[in-house]
Design a protein around this ligand. Structure first.
Ligand code: GUN
Length: 281
C-alpha cells in the first residue's frame, strides 16, 4: 500500500509550530508584519491572497493589505514597493503574481528588498540558494522538502528527477534536492525519452502543467511521486499532473491533489515570514 502523503496535516503541524514561535516572540515584544500587494482582481489571485491573510491571522503575523486597481502604473507599484522596503515595521513583502501585462514582473521582483523577499523570487535569493548561502527559498519547493522529510523519506543519495524548469518550482526544487545530497536530473519540454528518464527516479517531482499526464509508464515501481500540478478535469474535479489512480498501486508514496503540495506553499510562506527576523539582520 502506498503512503498517501497528507499535505494538509503536515502543513497544519508546521503552522501550529509557527504559531507557538510567534506567540513566544510576542511575549518578548517582537512582532512580524507581512505586506501583501495585489494589483487588479483576478479571481484566483484573490483566493490565494485571502488564504495568505487568513494564515497570517491564525499564526499571529500582522498583515497589511494593498489592493490596487488594474490600471495601477508600473511606476506607482514600484513606488509602493520602495516605501515598504523603507518601512521598518514591515518584515516581508509579497506581490501576488501574475501582474497586469503593462507591468514588468521582473522589475517589480528586483525592486523588493532581498531581506524582505519572503517569496524567494529575487535574483539574490535565487543566487544564494544556488551557492548554498542562507536566504529566502521559494515556498512550493521548500514545502516539498518538508513533505519528504516529515514523511521519513531520505533524499541523500537518491535519484531525483524533476519534470519542469520554471523559476518558481522546477529550478529551485532541483537546487534544494541537490542541497539535500540527491542526484538530480531536470527534464523539460525538449527532453528526449522522458519516460525512460522519469523511470530512473527514486523521487519523481512533477511540475509539467498538463492534467494527469504522468501515468505508470513514467514511474519506477516503488518510487516516491510528488505532484505539483493543479487542474480541473472534464468533470470539474481537481486533479494534478499525475494520473493518481493509475500510479497509486505502483509507488511507495504519493501526494494527492488536492491536499498534497498545495497547502504547503502557504505554510512555507509563513515560515519565511518568521525566518525574516533572522534574515532581516
Ligand atoms: N502566484 C502564484 N503563486 C504565487 C506565489 O507563490 N507567490 C506570488 N507572489 N504570486 C504567486
Amino acid at each position: 500500500m502506498a503512503l498517501i502523503i497528507d499535505g494538509k496535516k503536515i502543513s497544519s503541524e508546521i503552522k501550529d509550530e509557527l504559531k507557538d514561535k510567534v506567540s513566544a516572540l510576542k511575549k518578548d515584544g517582537i512582532e512580524i508584519t507581512l505586506a501583501v500587494v495585489q494589483v487588479g482582481n483576478d479571481p484566483a489571485s484573490s483566493v490565494y491572497v485571502g488564504n495568505k491573510k487568513k494564515a497570517c491571522e491564525y499564526i499571529g503575523i500582522n498583515s497589511l493589505s494593498y489592493e490596487l486597481p488594474e490600471e495601477t502604473t508600473e511606476e506607482e507599484l514600484l513606488k509602493l514597493v520602495e516605501e515598504l522596503n523603507q518601512n521598518v515595521k514591515v518584515n516581508g513583502i509579497l506581490v501576488q503574481l501574475p501582474l497586469p501585462k503593462h507591468i514588468n514582473e521582473d522589475k517589480v521582483i528586483e525592486t523588493i528588498s532581498p531581506i524582505k523577499d519572503v517569496d524567494g523570487f529575487h535574483p539574490q535569493s535565487v543566487g544564494r540558494l544556488s551557492i548554498g548561502q542562507k536566504g529566502f527559498v521559494s515556498c512550493t519547493p521548500a514545502g516539498i522538502i518538508q513533505l519528504l522529510k516529515r514523511s521519513g523519506i531520505t533524499i541523500e543519495g537518491k535519484e531525483c528527477v524533476v519534470i519542469g524548469r520554471s523559476n518558481i518550482v522546477g529550478k529551485p526544487m532541483s537546487m534544494l534536492l541537490l542541497r539535500e545530497n540527491g542526484t538530480v536530473t531536470i527534464c523539460h519540454s525538449k527532453t528526449k525519452n522522458l519516460k525512460e528518464v522519469a523511470k530512473r527516479a527514486d523521487i519523481l517531482i512533477v511540475a509539467i502543467g498538463k492534467p494527469q499526464f504522468i501515468n505508470k509508464e513514467y514511474v519506477k515501481e516503488g518510487a516516491v511521486v510528488i505532484d505539483v500540478g493543479m487542474h480541473r478535469d472534464e468533470n470539474n474535479k481537481l486533479c494534478g499532473d499525475v494520473d493518481f489512480n493509475d500510479v497509486v498501486d505502483h509507488v511507495s508514496a504519493i501526494t494527492p491533489v488536492p491536499g498534497g503540495v498545495g497547502p504547503m506553499t502557504i505554510a512555507m510562506l509563513m515560515n519565511n515570514c518568521v525566518e525574516s527576523l533572522e534574515l532581516n539582520k
